[in-house]
Ligand binder design. Structure first.
Ligand SMILES: Cc1cc2nc3c(=O)[nH]c(=O)nc-3n(C[C@H](O)[C@H](O)[C@H](O)COP(=O)(O)OP(=O)(O)OC[C@H]3O[C@@H](n4cnc5c(N)ncnc54)[C@H](O)[C@@H]3O)c2cc1C
Length: 432
């Protein structure tokens, strides 16, 4: 096997398929190489596809044609301890109309569909093919080799969209060989089968409305959080942990996930459901300071491979950043062909495009979020404080009430300490 293309995209996740779609629509001969037997086969995530306006521009029928599940009309956060919880929720009935607030999706269906759109536009999808190495000729990128196959795929331009552990970016010398555990997280998820009517009744949903809830204080003291998202007839429920904190704790993600699902507040939500599958994946959570070199001669890096993931503590955004960066990488390859220059001189415009886009603006804006998320007290003391405070506020038991300011001060002093609270508030202020 030895075929030539104008560009090769490694990985048919959202970043890779968006890049391939962009280039194919412009008439370039593109190979989209995926290790799975189909795109999405090996991919998992929590479950919310945030709005992707740039894909909507490339695919005008996106909202009606893509395999989307429920649109998120209700979002909540739960602060919890072992035996108490406090929820805040926001609901808006027009979230199903633009600007909608995201949809739940299944990666095996969504990734497959997006790659199919690239193929319809003219890209060649090469599945069951793990890229093993980059091929260099006279010091320039000339293609890739595929594991276990003789021959190679040739192209003077490669887009590395092979996900968070991108070995291609490492091979090209664009990122360091070792990861910093402080910048990585791991997510575990259980998919729970549940009848659609049960989900509608339990979470107060009608038609295609969906519910997304985040949980704080549910990770056994490990830095991290929980999530529960509604699909049409299943729930995605899981936990995300900072890798360094998980390692120090000596706990296992699956034990923590099982304990989470057995906590009374959560058990009520999943009751009557049937466990379909477990999955796990790594997340680049270091934000702006984790981003590697984004381009080299003949190569661009997009999506998780470039650590373009924004975990702010309020939302976890990855697919939308991956897709937009893929589109910008594709546009840069198109420009390189127009100029017939595949060197850094032209490819550096990918970084300029990214810098000017909301992707880099958001990552820069939330640059300090990882620092805030490393405050251990967020995952134990603060949820305890919130739950205890609300319990005192709501309890009426024939004794004189404490004023709200006194109550807050007492809880802060008891649970966190005044000095810590001021320092944490300042860190949060800088982060958000
Ligand atoms: C638990 C969890 C929850 C998340 N929740 C959300 C969420 O709710 N919303 C959100 O927007 N984001 C979320 N994310 C982040 C999101 O999943 C990623 O940011 C996104 O998938 C990145 O897309 P990508 O295309 O860059 O990489 P990936 O989706 O990882 O795709 C990479 C592709 O490359 C292929 N590949 C890898 N190596 C090779 C190789 N050598 N040769 C050929 N193919 C290869 C893989 O099989 C895969 O198809 C979550 C992530 C996790 C783990």
């Amino acid at each position: 096997m030895s075929k030539s293309y104008q560009a090769i995209v490694i990985g048919a996740g959202p970043a890779g398929s968006s890049a391939a779609l962009t280039m194919a629509q412009a008439g370039l001969d593109v190979a989209l190489v995926e290790r799975g037997s189909y795109p999405g086969e090996k991919n998992m995530f929590g479950g919310i596809l945030h709005r992707m306006t740039s894909i909507e521009e490339l695919l005008p029928d996106f909202l009606t044609a893509a395999p989307l599940e429920r649109h998120i009309s209700k979002k909540g956060t739960t602060f919890m301890t072992d035996d108490a919880s406090f929820n805040v929720q926001h609901e808006a009935s027009n979230f199903d109309r633009a600007p909608y607030n995201g949809y739940t999706v299944f990666r095996p269906r969504f990734d497959r569909w997006l790659a199919e759109q690239a193929v319809k536009a003219g890209a060649t999808l090469v599945t069951r093919s793990t890229v093993e190495d980059l091929v260099l000729k006279d010091g320039k990128i000339a293609g890739v080799t595929i594991q276990g196959r003789s021959g190679q795929l040739n192209a003077p331009l490669v887009i590395a969209a092979d996900g968070v552990l991108s070995f291609t970016a490492q091979k090209a010398g664009l990122r360091r060989p070792k990861f910093n555990a402080d910048q990585m997280a791991v997510g575990v998820k259980a998919l729970i089968d549940m009848p659609r009517e049960m989900i509608d009744d339990r979470f107060g949903l009608v038609k295609d409305q969906g519910f997304a809830n985040e949980f704080v204080g549910c990770t056994g003291g490990v830095r991290g959080g929980g999530f529960l998202y509604t699909n049409y007839d299943s729930l995605s429920i899981g936990l995300v942990f900072h890798l360094a904190s998980l390692r120090t704790s000596g706990k296992t993600p699956y034990d923590l996930l099982n304990a989470f699902m057995e906590q009374p507040q959560v058990a009520k939500m999943v009751r009557g459901g049937r466990l379909l599958e477990y999955s796990a994946h790594v997340i680049p959570e270091g934000g702006y300071d984790m981003i590697p070199e984004l381009f080299g001669d003949g190569i661009l890096v997009a999506g998780d491979a470039a650590a373009l993931c924004n975990a702010t503590g309020v939302n976890l955004e990855g697919i939308n950043l991956a897709s937009h960066s893929g589109i910008l990488a594709g546009q840069t390859v198109i420009e390189a062909y127009q100029k017939q220059d595949f060197s850094k001189k032209t490819l550096k415009h990918y970084k300029t495009r990214l810098d000017l886009s909301w992707v880099m603006k958001d990552l820069k804006g939330f640059r300090n979020a990882p620092k805030m998320l490393h405050i251990n007290r967020i995952y134990n003391e603060y949820p305890e404080m919130v739950c205890s405070m609300m319990e005192h506020l709501y309890r009426i038991d024939g004794t004189p009430k404490t004023s709200i300011t006194k109550l807050i001060l007492r809880e802060v002093k008891e649970k966190v300490g005044l000095k810590n609270a001021i320092s944490d508030a300042l860190t949060a202020w800088r982060a958000l």
